[in-house]
Design a binder for this molecule. Sequence first.
Ligand code: FE
Length: 195
Amino acid sequence: MPAKLSLADIEQLFQAKGHAQYDGEPVTQLEHALQSAHLAEQAGADSALIAAALLHDLGHLVHALPGSPTLDGVDDVHQYRCLPFLRGLFGEATLAPIRLHVDAKRYLCRREPGYMESLSPDSRRSLALQGGPFDEAQAQTFEALPYAQDALRLRRWDDAAKQEGMATPDLAHFLRHCIGAPASCRQDAGAPCAR
Ligand code: FE
């Protein structure tokens, strides 16, 4: 795999590995990505954040760990694993929410009563491997970070993007019409997606 991915590489990666079932959920990796991006687009997110929604779990597709690592007690650190591959294409407005989407879960477990109980079994299993809910100091540090609010929005779409049979636009829609839009749409200024 190239060190830095192009949009065509990302499309190939989803075609090659996106059919894998999202462990314990009624969706594949590709369906989960499309549903996340669709929810982001419907919520009026800019293209940088739609890209983050589409690609937030790409880290699950760029390693060779077999099956679901969480079942073996392994944290695949997917929120970091994908970043080197995406740096050539995206700025912080996309990379930071991806990097922070696991911390957003740990934050919401601390701050929002009932959130942890609402998580899917795989999310709860990985939570323990990822360090569990934040303590108060960690929560305060998180909420002061740039892009923390975008990471929280992404987390909500992520949690909701596990629905069997949800109709979404296809991968080409997000890669070409949103993420492949002019570079000004992808930068930190966050111009609206050209669609
Ligand atoms: Fe996800």
